[in-house]
Design a protein around this ligand. Sequence first.
Ligand code: TYM
Length: 339
Amino acid sequence: MTSTKQGRPPRILSGIQPSGQLHIGNYLGALKQWVELQTQYDSFYCIVDLHAITVQQDPAALREGTRRNAGLYLACGLDPQHSTVFVQSHVPEHSELAWILGTFTPMGWLNRMTQFKDKTSKMQTESIGSGLYNYPILMAADILLYQADLVPVGDDQRQHLELTRDLAQRFNSIYGDTFTIPQTFTPKAGARVMGLDNPTAKMSKSESSDLHAINLLDTPDRIKKKMMRAVTDSGSEIRFSDLDERAGVNNLLTIYQAFTGESAEVIENHFVGKGYGDLKKAVAEVTVEGLRPIQERYQALTGEGGYIDEVLKRGAERAREVAHKTLRSVQERVGFLLP
Ligand code: TYM
């Protein structure tokens, strides 16, 4: 690990909501990168349950999803020796900093957030909680509490990261250097995995269609079935493309590339003379093989009673140490009388 100007190893923070099943978009866009980066950074990875409740959750399902996510983080390869894995609500500093940051966030900045517009476009106004609107402020608090240098995420989080940077800069310019300005990290392949049933829309946990997403815990049979029914087009050429009408084939090639790490040229050559059926079969195969070790580790981990809870307990303790220090300095700067 190299060190930053503060004389400590550079830090990462990222998180995933424990709402619904984790899918290959979450894995390729985020988790896989987290695992690859964890040895180079002091890494903090959280399960963001405070964010999840910005839309209504079933309490039992939320608890189960939180533990399942933790198990999957570890099964994907996060190592508690390198990564601090914790639950956001176990560290109350997140909510406290979010309140303070909210007082510095102009509504105009929040009004520009495309994810808020997308998420609420089909909701009744009365059912949109203000938490959903303020969601990006809590996300900024997550990141800034740990003075994160790098935030590995999928493409859809870029705008939230811009807002985080703007907020940190605004606070620093009023109160002096307080927060590290974080950089965004997105992978070359897999930053935006699209829905298998609708390849012009991002793969998402909240989509109800069974054919939409490949979940990390799907059986090999289900993975094959879903892949074979993925939407393609009426053409026959197997090439990467940014045209909307070729989005299905492009998405399958992107998934193949993210799992194999091969270059676009090698992949296109591999599929010369082959049909869409061959492509789907090949993508299903690399997906099944890519997820197999994760699923095996997950089964082993969940069999070890208490291990996941122990990791989360230690994670929250370590996270609180760091978070508390930042919150204290923020409280001091804004003029709170410290107890
Ligand atoms: P969430 O839970 O929607 O997604 C978690 C991570 O998965 C990435 N992702 C995707 N990547 C590629 N293709 C897709 N189809 C796809 N779908 C999701 C997301 O970009 C994300 O990296 N607001 C965040 C959670 C969050 C957070 C944070 C992230 C809360 N605090 C602090 C980073 C730092 C979210 O809802 O992600």
